[in-house]
Design a protein around this ligand. Structure first.
Ligand code: ADE
Length: 320
């Protein structure tokens, strides 16, 4: 049996996000030397880039336990007290989707983060009284898709901020080859690169596509995932050469067909394609913008020349 798991356990195994890794390696060492808890860390960036994985790697490197929860799961201040009270000193508390913490919970987090205590009101009416809970030193790692949607007081209490970047093709290729090894599957380097090209800079997507391609390879009695089976499978899955899927196509085509390419507002667009506004803002737009298929203007979103070209359409607004 291999020691390898799909999720990396150490910085050495974690591919990409070099800037964040380099910085946090220093802070981890320094905190360990001083025998202190690591300062609070905010990780922000599009979904699927490895924020949760990075939090578990940091815990592993600090040699402390990690407790994982999400913003919406902590409904009342008492829930947070219960979680924090159970923590051993130095433990990492990972809160995913930290922008979705209820306001009342967020407010008691301020003193917890800054001075390791919580004051809350216990009981109701006549019996209501303030209670002071001292907490063990801990590290909060918060993850969010956009730093801008966190309140300023919360954002300001993170000493370390890491902006997660889309992965390069080379990094994704390395991740795919590593995952294939974990799956005990042979993959041709050109097959791995093709999956990487179509993974929107996102390891979660790369690993998902790898699993699907592996299924196609297996059923076609292929012993190695080669370029041919990758192209066959991903074309069937309707993931195009740039990694855009049917939802991306729907979004871009809607902008062109209904709004002459834009500008169009985010909420309107989301309603038109039957998606939540947040889904469009957090999951669809960032990659389309990063890869030049979409641009943001003061009057709304617009497609680009590249979009028309990619979809095989003529841009009626093209300047010659
Ligand atoms: N699997 C998913 N994300 C990864 C990463 N950043 N490095 C290594 N393996 C991964």
């Amino acid at each position: 049996a291999s020691e390898l798991s799909l999720r990396p356990q150490t910085f050495a195994q974690y591919i990409g996000q070099e800037k964040i890794k380099q910085e946090i390696t220093v802070y981890v060492k320094a905190a360990q030397d001083r025998q202190e808890a690591l300062d609070h860390v905010l990780l922000y960036g599009p979904p699927g880039l490895g924020k949760t994985t990075l939090a578990t790697v940091i815990a592993n490197e600090m040699q402390v336990a990690v407790k994982t929860t999400t913003g919406p799961a902590i409904e009342r201040p008492g829930d947070l007290v219960a979680i924090l009270n159970e923590l051993e000193p130095g433990t990492i508390l990972f809160i995913d989707e930290i922008h979705r913490l209820p306001k009342a919970v967020e407010e008691i987090l301020y003193s917890a983060m800054e001075d390791y205590f919580i004051d809350i009101i216990v009981g109701q009416g006549e019996t209501a009284h303030p209670v002071h809970f001292p907490l063990p030193p801990f590290t909060l790692i918060g993850a969010t898709t956009r730093a801008g949607i966190l309140s300023a007081p919360l954002r300001g209490r993170f000493g370390i901020i890491g902006h997660m970047q889309y992965y390069t093709e080379a990094e994704l290729t390395a991740i795919i080859c590593r995952s294939a090894e974990v799956f005990d599957t042979k993959i041709d380097p050109r097959g791995a690169l093709e999956i990487a090209r179509r993974s929107r800079g996102t390891p979660r997507i790369a690993n998902r596509l790898l699993k699907r391609v592996r299924d196609f390879a297996q059923v076609s009695d292929k012993t190695t995932i080669d370029l041919e089976i990758v192209e066959y499978a991903l074309n069937l899955l309707r993931v195009d050469e740039c990694g855009l899927d049917e939802t991306d196509h729907k979004l871009l085509l809607t902008m062109i067909e209904l709004y002459g390419g834009g500008p169009v507002g985010l909420t309107t667009l989301a309603a038109n394609i039957g998606e939540e506004t947040e889904t469009v803002a957090d999951m669809l737009e960032p990659y389309l913008m990063q890869s030049g298929f979409l641009k943001r203007t003061p009057r709304g979103r617009m497609v680009t020349d590249k979009t028309y070209q990619h979809l095989g359409l003529i841009n009626p607004n093209q300047q010659e």
